[in-house]
Design a protein around this ligand. Structure first.
Ligand code: SAH
Ligand code: SF4
Ligand code: F3S
Length: 436
């Protein structure tokens, strides 16, 4: 038997890309590839890319440029681009960077084995179809030996919302949900491999309709999977938070008290221009209903500053919404013009205005995040230990609120949910003592 070929995958962008990278590695496993941690010794390099902001897309070309030397040394090295830049730019990538052998979109990567054969014959391979066949039916089972205690599981792909700033509806296509039975099977395979916590993924995960009961229906099915202890989901859209899902947050003990619910702006004028189809008030009312169902839920959000037309007054309304809601975690971005989106046609705000607003917004969000972390000191949380910490004898895991928690604990607690009393809060993590 020939020596295994080595595959190096670099993943950019969202968790859905993390999931796709795993599945691509599994698909190429059948072609005799094993994963390697560096590009230097790879026979195939795959960049799984993100197109969401200008910087993300440009990063891909600078990274590709860096492989020139490697490719000169090793003519058999094949270089591929996957993900959302692949979908958005297709063939253009090979024109702009001729060292690229393969371009594959997020909906066609189950065809990688055949594409690998083509590039090994010296051909170029391009596939950015949205094929009729279900890639999940073609992909193999999820049994790759023992895995860590947490896993992502994509259940929904694509977006029909068309926010005026966003490329996702173009790179990922329209909303598609996986059949619930197929998802449950995959969850069972993951649990058999040692997984205890599953995060359900979708560009609009709460628009899931692969089960009669929507995402809540799927969550209740997963609730019955023995050995699965924790369920999370991301990312959700405010307009798809139905009553059953809100109710599940109050009643399903496996569903963790953490919710990422992006609002983008607190100004109704800007929300309208963004085509978000909700107002700041309807969002705040929704949050109140979610908190009524699950008072201790930790909220997270996404914010964009400097959307075309945003005035200082609009921005202050976003600050005020943040004060009203109170976030335990958040992501915030300067508006980035994306070719092909409706907002790209509009006059842009000056860079220094966007920069200044982002600084002020992030200062507020950081303060809220620290306050929430500080409020955990003295409380007992339940931690799923995932791996050894940096210090000998220490383990690190996540609390139900998704805080990273360190504690000294015997290694046999890895993969288990353990009560931990929090003793200390630092900017990015908590420390505590196990109660066992
Ligand atoms: N489907 C998810 C995530 C979309 S991308 C959702 O609707 O929430 C993640 C985040 O990137 C968005 O929530 C938004 O805050 C940000 N984003 C998307 N397009 C952007 C752009 N053109 N400029 C700046 N931020 C953007
Ligand atoms: Fe983009 Fe809006 Fe769809 Fe989220 S809901 S992926 S921000 S278009
Ligand atoms: Fe980026 Fe595509 Fe995800 S654009 S954020 S990798 S869906």
């Amino acid at each position: 038997m020939s020596a295994p070929k080595k595959l190096f995958i670099k993943t950019y962008g969202c968790q859905m890309n993390v999931y796709d990278s795993e599945r691509m590695a599994e698909a190429l496993g059948g072609q005799g590839y094993v994963e390697t941690a560096t590009a230097d010794d790879a026979d195939m390099i795959l960049l799984n890319t993100c197109h969401i902001r200008e910087k993300a897309a440009e990063k891909v070309y600078s990274e590709l440029g860096r492989f020139k030397g490697l490719k000169a040394e090793k003519p058999d090295l094949k270089i591929g681009v996957a993900g959302c830049v692949a979908q958005a730019e297709g063939e253009e990538i090979m024109r702009r960077q001729p060292l690229v052998d393969l371009v594959v979109g997020p909906q066609s990567y189950h065809r990688l084995p055949a594409m690998d054969k083509a590039v090994r014959r010296g051909e170029k391979a391009l596939d950015t179809d949205f094929p009729e066949d279900d890639k999940f039916d073609t992909l193999k089972k999820r049994t790759r030996g023992k895995r860590g205690p947490t896993a992502f599981l994509t259940v929904q792909e694509g977006c029909d919302k068309f926010c005026a700033f966003c490329v996702v509806p173009y790179t990922r296509g329209s909303e598609v949900s996986r059949d619930a039975a197929q998802v449950i099977r995959e969850a069972q395979e993951l649990v058999e491999a040692g997984v205890r916590e599953i995060t359900l993924l979708g560009q609009n995960v709460n628009a899931y309709h692969g089960h009669d009961g929507g995402l809540a229906g799927l969550i209740w099915e997963l609730d019955k999977v023995d050995g699965l202890e924790r369920i999370r989901f991301t990312t959700s859209h405010p307009n798809d938070m139905d009553d059953a899902l809100i109710d599940a947050h109050g009643t399903c003990t496996k569903l963790m008290p953490y919710l990422h619910l992006p609002v983008q702006s607190g100004s109704d004028k800007i929300l309208k221009a963004m085509n978000r189809k909700h107002t700041s008030e309807s969002y705040i009312r929704l949050i109140a209903r979610i908190r009524a169902a699950r008072p201790d839920i930790l909220l997270s959000g996404d914010f964009i500053v400097g959307f075309p037309g945003e005035t200082e007054e609009d921005f202050l309304q976003t600050m005020s919404l943040i004060e009203t809601v109170g976030y335990g975690q958040a992501y915030s971005f300067k508006y980035s013009t994306r070719p092909g989106t409706p907002a790209a046609e509009k006059p842009q705000l000056p860079e220094d205005v966007m920069h200044d607003r982002l600084q002020r917004l992030q200062a507020l969000l950081t303060r809220q995040q620290r306050d929430v972390q500080q409020s955990m000191v003295g409380r007992v949380v339940k931690v799923l230990f995932e791996k050894p910490g940096r210090i000998d004898g220490q383990l690190i895991g996540k609390s139900e609120y998704l805080h990273a928690v360190y504690a000294f604990a015997p290694a046999d607690l890895l993969g288990q949910v353990v009560p931990v009393r929090i003793t200390e809060a630092s900017p990015n993590s908590l420390a505590g003592e196990i109660m066992a």
